[in-house]
Structure formats: structure tokens, C-alpha cells
Design a protein around this ligand. Structure first.
Ligand SMILES: [Zn+2]
Length: 152
């Protein structure tokens, strides 16, 4: 079995970004209707993560895989997923935190137009999202991201 993939309710945007950074395919729609959310999980066999108890109970009645998250804190949510589902928290295979697209390593020469000059000059490794074409590099916030994941 491959890694689990997720669909998150509208209250969990921040968790969705962290799961993507940790490499998990995670769909998140702000304001998506609850019924549509349930249809999406059924059709994609994703695990639903929710802070909405009603939605959680409805999904359980339908026999869907879902998990209720009590805490509002991302670190607590992540550590819950780690304990309950064995979600591994490393940032070695990240997906695009903005859109969930796959990132691919891209030669420096190809990202010049996508990256601010300062970062372009300071870094040699770049990744580009195959879906939204945003470029990423391991800038100053990167160590903090890694520390957060490692310490969760
Ligand atoms: Zn993207």
C-alpha cells in the first residue's frame, strides 16, 4: 500500500500545507460543501481529516475513512496523524504547498525568470511545481520547516 492521501475540510488549510511539504497528496478546498466533500472522498478513496464533528459522524456512517482532529494546533494535528496513521514527517519528497502539484528538480538556468535575483544568486538547487509553475528553493525558512517536522 502506498502513502495515504488526504482530503481536508475548510478549517485545515494550514495542516494541508504541512502535509504537502511532508510529501502527502492532500486536497483542501476552502468552503467546499460538506456533501461534495463526502462525494470526493468516496471517489478518490482519500482519508478525510476534519475538525467538524457532524461531518466526521456522517462520513463514519457512510463507512468512509476519516479522522476527527480535536486540536486547532498544527503541531498537535501532525503528531496525531503520525501516531494514528504512521504518517512520516520528513521533507524529502515535498509537494507544492500551494496547490498540491508534484515538484521536480529543475536546472538553475531554467528558473531565472521565476525566482527573485537575490535568491537566484544565493542558491543552486531549485524545484518547480508541475501544476502551478511556482519555483521553490531551500531558503531561510527551510531549516525552521525541517526542525518543526523533526520535532513533531
Ligand atoms: Zn503548485
Amino acid at each position: 500500500m502506498g502513502d495515504p492521501s488526504f482530503i481536508l475540510d475548510g478549517m485545515l488549510g494550514s495542516l494541508a500545507r504541512w502535509l504537502r511539504i511532508a510529501g502527502y497528496d492532500s486536497i483542501y478546498f476552502r468552503g467546499l460543501d460538506d456533501n461534495l466533500l463526502l462525494v470526493e472522498i468516496m471517489s478518490f478513496s482519500r482519508i478525510m481529516l476534519t475538525r467538524d464533528r457532524d461531518l466526521f459522524q456522517r462520513s463514519q456512517k457512510l463507512g468512509l475513512r476519516s479522522m476527527y482532529l480535536e486540536s486547532e494546533e498544527v503541531k498537535v494535528q501532525l503528531s496525531h496523524l503520525k501516531t494514528e496513521l504512521g504518517v512520516e514527517l520528513s521533507a524529502t519528497n515535498s509537494r507544492c504547498p500551494r496547490c498540491n502539484g508534484s515538484l521536480r528538480k529543475t536546472p538553475k538556468a531554467d528558473v531565472q525568470d521565476l525566482v527573485p535575483a537575490e535568491s537566484f544568486n544565493a542558491f543552486d538547487e531549485f524545484w518547480v511545481c508541475g501544476t502551478c509553475s511556482r519555483a521553490y528553493w531551500k531558503g531561510s525558512h527551510w531549516e525552521k520547516i525541517r526542525e518543526t517536522l523533526d520535532s513533531t
